[in-house]
Design a protein around this ligand. Structure first.
Ligand code: ATP
Ligand code: MG
Length: 387
């Protein structure tokens, strides 16, 4: 690679993908594609080097935008803003001095030296020893524990990379490498977080939203597309399904206290049908056990009556407070709490907490849920996302 001495680059470390020997090429390719989508609009060159990518931003690149994109890129363990210099002790010392002097107010530094290329005469202990001398020259003390700054040195065959700016990545797997999943996305707090966890493990999400409007346009201009957009900042998005609930509501008018559980069964069957159409291998929902009266083990079991696709519930063991703090961190919370005409709230008063599986089968037949699903699916609108 042809760097300029003193060039600033971003080195991006792959995460867990290294564990996957045989499929490594596929993971690295997916990561590269996702990176290019997430950093779209920025000008940079991308190179692959050992177990990482090196981003070379153009002089007018927006570093904050690049940082945000990388902090949303599943599959990386972290990144560093690095200063490139020659792989010699003299160059490493000289450049480190420039960097350390540039950053005002630091008193104690921990040095982390590492060689990716082992054939040089000097080793990482030699680098550390020399850098301790440099620290002494400029009045900074070397510290292993009580430091206020770290200096990372990585020496490769052709270049040395110095960094004082190392950021932890989101981990996980590149979105898409685990296949597709249907995400039942409400306007609430939980399901966007469930979608995020699905993406974190490499699932390409297809959100399905069931809305209470007579015209899909209203749902498609509500906070739902905004939530999808926030989620898409973590993944190259595909499409969202908007399905009306009125066919179900008319059909299940007389179901009384069972309406909520029937609605859930309807949603899951709908997701099942869409999964088949889209080649998705799982349905993701935002339930957590016992969070509300309707989310009992008995109800979760009853709702999935007749659903062929596996249902994954990433939040099953989370407390509401935990989910809220994650929602805040990933950026969905503020949209989630905005008022919305949610179909579930219509009949959520006093729902049944124990649903007998036998009764559930009868209800599904009595209210012709399969036919309602078919009809609703015909009325659904699909919004494609291009990024
Ligand atoms: P959330 O915060 O995600 O809305 P919740 O705590 O309100 O969840 P429920 O209303 O019981 O819980 O919904 C459970 C799950 O069912 C949701 O997490 C979501 O996956 C799915 N779901 C609920 N309402 C809808 C909807 N209108 N469209 C699509 N999926 C929905
Ligand atoms: Mg809800």
């Amino acid at each position: 690679m042809n760097f300029k001495e003193g060039e600033m680059v971003i080195t991006v470390k792959f995460g867990e993908l290294w564990l996957r020997g045989r499929n490594r090429g596929m993971y690295v390719n997916a990561l590269k594609n996702n990176l290019l989508v997430l950093l779209k609009g920025e000008r940079f060159k991308l190179e692959k080097d050992y177990d990482r990518f090196i981003i070379r931003p153009s002089h007018d690149a927006n570093m904050e935008h690049l940082r945000t994109g990388l902090s949303h890129l599943f599959g990386i363990s972290g990144y560093e803003i690095s200063y490139v210099t020659k792989p010699t002790l003299a160059a490493i010392c000289k450049s480190s001095k420039i960097l350390l002097k540039d950053k005002k107010g630091i008193k104690a530094v921990r040095i982390n030296a590492h060689r990716s290329y082992k054939k040089f005469k000097f080793n990482s202990i030699d680098i550390t020893r020399n850098l301790i001398k440099v620290l002494g020259d400029i009045g900074i003390s070397p510290e292993l524990h009580n430091f206020d700054q770290e200096l990372f040195v990585n020496v490769t065959r052709d270049w040395a990379f110095l960094s004082m700016d190392r950021v932890k990545g989101p981990g996980g797997l590149p979105v898409g490498t685990s296949g597709r999943g249907i995400v039942l996305l409400s306007g609430g707090i939980d399901s966007p977080v469930a979608a995020w966890y699905a993406m974190k493990r490499g699932v390409e999400p297809i959100p399905v939203h069931i809305h209470g409007y007579s015209d899909a346009k209203e749902a498609m201009e509500s906070k739902i597309p905004r939530l999808v957009e926030i989620l898409s900042s973590y993944s190259p998005g595909t499409k969202t399904y908007y399905v009306p609930s009125h066919v179900f509501q008319m059909g299940a008018l007389r179901s009384g206290r069972h309406e909520l559980i029937l609605l859930k069964a309807f949603m899951l069957r709908l997701a099942d049908a869409i999964a088949e159409k889209e080649g998705a291998q799982a349905i993701f929902t935002g339930e957590s056990l016992g969070q509300v009266a309707s989310q009992t083990m008995s109800n979760l079991q009853a709702e999935q009556n007749g659903v062929k696709t596996q249902i994954l519930r990433p939040l099953i063991g989370f407390d509401k407070q935990e989910i809220i703090s994650i929602a805040k961190r990933i950026g969905t919370y503020d949209e989630s709490i905005k008022p919305y005409k949610d179909v579930c709230s219509i009949n959520s008063r006093n729902p049944v907490t124990r649903t007998d599986p036998g009764l559930m089968s009868e209800l599904i037949k009595e209210f012709k849920i399969a036919a309602l699903v078919k009809k609703s699916l015909k009325l659904s609108k699909i919004e494609a996302h291009s990024r």
